[in-house]
Design a binder for this molecule. Structure first.
Ligand code: ACO
Length: 319
């Protein structure tokens, strides 16, 4: 039996930091409101000309280095992103070229903030089936491209970044299980209802959100999908060393943790530093906790994401 296992993690955030105080200068908001409602203190914003594949490239190189592998080992690239460099080719193909990988499959997965969990699930299945041996799985976003900086309801929430893992074939898990869900009836709660058509942007190219409804939905399904993972593996929450949830809002994270009954000290939180980086948020948080020594070899980690679509999912991982 072949399983997949994380061999290395990496991440990257652009140098430019936008604090809440910086936002105060051009948005009708204040630091105290943003902190108390969301837990966010700052977010990273891409440099002029910096694209999603540029962010993905640095995170990928760092993940390969951590795994002790090279680009020659990679035979699959899956990039989760809502903010591709262009309509096509996929960001995964652009990343493939920048890395100098010349063979294997490369494609994008679009599940907004659940994107990384979706991408990990897909790559896990490629490896389990024998279709790939070594996958680069990336969540990367230049999400600030989608913001209306005059809309204080949304623009204070998001940031840019990338996280990556190298997933390798292994004799033991690795990835114990993944559970994915979606329900398109909730599309209107969170969307960018625009596209490219007839040579111009049609519809609205910025984020529209019903914040209160998103909040309630997120807490409900994050709890459900974590319980689903635990039940499938015959485990209790006390058997999990770390919960790495999607980083949208500290109150969503705390409410989910409370419902699950997990010690807050075992929940990885980066939303204060990164804001919501959509598909990048989970691999970014995972990499930070690996590199600062909290997440260690042999531990069990539960990833849980939720995002537009609506989509939601979890992955239970042995590190
Ligand atoms: N600064 C100051 N005031 C603001 C701001 C801001 N940036 N944004 C909204 N307000 C005002 C509104 O205009 C409104 O004013 P009004 O009452 O005079 O009309 C008021 O604040 C709303 O306040 P609350 O209802 O208390 O806000 P709430 O506690 O619901 O927080 C928030 C709003 C932060 C958007 C919350 O609903 C939320 O986080 N929802 C989840 C949204 C989310 O995380 N989306 C990310 C994408 S989804 C995902 O990743 C899963």
């Amino acid at each position: 039996m072949t399983y997949s296992k994380i061999a290395g993690t990496g991440s990257y955030t652009p140098d430019r930091i936008l604090t809440n105080r910086d936002l105060e200068k051009f948005v009708d908001t204040d630091d105290a409101w943003i902190r108390s409602r969301t837990g966010i203190q700052q977010r990273h914003v891409r440099a002029e000309g910096e694209t999603t594949s540029d962010l993905a490239l640095v995170a990928s190189r760092r993940a390969l280095e951590a795994a002790g592998l090279t680009t020659a080992d990679v035979d699959l690239i899956v990039v989760a992103t809502t903010t591709p460099d262009m309509v096509f080719p996929s960001t995964a193909c652009l990343l493939q070229a920048k890395l100098g990988v010349k063979d294997g499959a490369a494609f994008d997965v679009q599940a907004v903030c659940t994107g990384f969990v979706y991408a990990l699930s897909v790559a896990d299945k490629f490896i389990r089936s024998g279709s790939a041996r070594c996958a680069l799985v990336v969540g990367a976003e230049t999400f600030t491209n989608l913001l209306d900086w005059n809309d204080r309801n949304t623009c204070v929430l998001f940031g840019d970044g990338a996280g990556a893992v190298v997933l390798q074939a292994a004799r033991e898990p690795g990835i114990y299980s993944t559970h994915l869900h979606s329900d398109g009836r909730y599309a209107d709660l969170l969307s960018v209802p625009g596209t490219v058509s007839g040579g111009k942007a049609s519809g609205s190219p910025t984020v529209k959100m019903d914040g209160g409804a998103v909040f309630k939905f997120a807490v409900k399904v994050l709890d459900q999908v974590c319980r689903e993972a635990l039940e499938a593996n015959g485990l209790a929450i006390s058997d999990v060393d770390w919960l790495v949830p999607h980083q949208a809002n500290i109150r969503i994270i705390e409410s989910t943790g409370h419902k699950l009954g997990i010690d807050p000290a075992r929940v990885v939180v980066t939303v204060d530093r990164h804001g919501n980086t959509s598909a990048a948020s989970i691999p970014l948080a995972l990499d930070l906790a690996v590199r600062d020594g909290r997440i260690r070899h042999g531990q069990r980690v539960l990833l849980a994401g939720v995002g537009g679509g609506f989509t939601w999912g979890s992955a239970l991982i042995g590190m």
